[in-house]
Design a protein around this ligand. Structure first.
Ligand code: KG4
Ligand code: ZN
Length: 333
């Protein structure tokens, strides 16, 4: 079955055609990042407007690049939660209009589930159950994916998300938005032992995360140095920050794997592109005899192919929606 998927939860307008949840025939992403960069972060009102301008053309391109006609589609899928509400509404309303006019079923897809499903496109052999670290700009979860549409949340962040922490630390170091990827590029050139940064733990919740203390430590360190007129080696700070953040993420994930007896670990979300996280997890999993999957870099960030992949399994589980479908800024996975 061919599914046309639409994604507009944040600052990428994306559309894709995916066959049977596993093969992307097209994957078109129109990024707004250059415009939001001017403001140091995503401006929700601008995001909604740009989605409304782009969604029709992006969808048309996804169909033509796939060489698939509307009449050949089995369903229309759309990200409906969580995300920026105005941004989500553009995709949801567009998808509803298209599904109604083409007489196609409508499949609502949870954004975090779609990040996990990015792995199904790249790794044909991967099937639930597995343990997954979902790390994006807005979320940090450790989940047990019981089957394609049934998740158990084992851990989550109590404050900032991992990506948010990367972006705020990078911004304090003078890097442009979104800073995670810039910080990742600089980190390998610095000394990860140069600065001792805190590794906050959540008392009594071994799989939960707390990142705000790490972010604040970086901001304070830079602020204090500035007041004293001291130079901070930014490469060393980036390396120390990345090493610490990766240690926190890997530590909790590996603890959860050990406690639950999981053999297959999966990374998902924008932060799963992080070179330090991928390298460290590869080493740790090899040493423990665990199998590790991560999406290719091209599918780590927001895209619609991952939405189409998850949509196939939602469809198989009977999860479709009618024209009453709404968008939601928050929604449990
Ligand atoms: O999943 P995503 O594309 O969007 C959300 O759903 O939030 O994640 C975006 C986040 C941003 O915070 C971005 O800085 C971060 O992923 N990110 C990275 C890297 N690439 C993207 N963080 C660390 N290292 C990277 N290489
Ligand atoms: Zn995302």
């Amino acid at each position: 079955m061919y599914i046309l998927a639409i994604e507009s939860s944040c600052d990428e307008t994306a559309a894709a055609v995916v066959e049977d949840g596993r093969r992307a025939l097209s994957n078109v992403v129109a990024s707004q990042v250059e415009e939001h960069k001017l403001y140091g972060g995503v401006v929700p009102e601008i995001a909604s407007r740009r989605h409304a301008e782009a969604v029709s053309a992006v969808t048309g391109r996804a169909l033509s690049e796939a060489g698939v006609d509307l009449s050949e589609l089995g369903a229309v899928a759309v990200t409906y939660a969580p995300g920026l509400i105005g941004a989500l509404l553009v995709g949801v309303n567009f998808a509803k209009g298209l599904a109604l006019s083409a007489g196609l079923p409508l499949i609502p897809v949870h954004h975090l589930r779609s990040h996990v499903a990015a792995n199904y496109l790249a790794h044909r052999e991967l099937e639930p159950p597995f343990l997954c670290l979902i790390v994006s700009g807005g979320h940090s979860h450790i989940v047990r994916v019981e089957d394609y549409t049934r998740y158990t949340v084992l851990g989550r962040t109590r404050d900032d998300a991992a990506g948010e922490c990367f972006d705020k630390a990078a911004r304090a170091m003078g890097m442009p938005y979104p800073g995670g990827v810039h910080l990742d590029r600089l980190a390998p050139t610095g000394n990860p032992q140069a600065f001792k940064l805190p590794r906050p733990r959540v008392e009594g919740s071994p799989y939960d995360f707390s990142f705000s203390g790490l972010k604040t430590a970086v901001v304070n360190l830079l602020h204090n140095a500035k007041q004293k007129g001291e130079e901070v080696n930014v490469a060393d700070l980036a390396a120390s920050f990345q090493c610490t953040a990766v240690e926190i993420l890997c530590g909790n994930l590996l603890r959860a794997a050990e406690d639950t007896g999981a053999h297959t670990l999966v990374l998902a979300g924008g932060v799963s592109a992080n070179s330090g996280l991928r390298a460290r997890m590869e080493r740790e999993c090899a040493a423990r005899g665990l199998t590790l999957y991560a999406p290719p870099l091209s599918l780590c960030g927001d895209n619609a192919a991952m939405v189409g992949a998850q949509a196939f399994y939602e469809w198989e589980a009977g999860h479709t929606a009618g024209m009453e479908l709404n968008a939601y800024p928050t929604m449990p996975v």
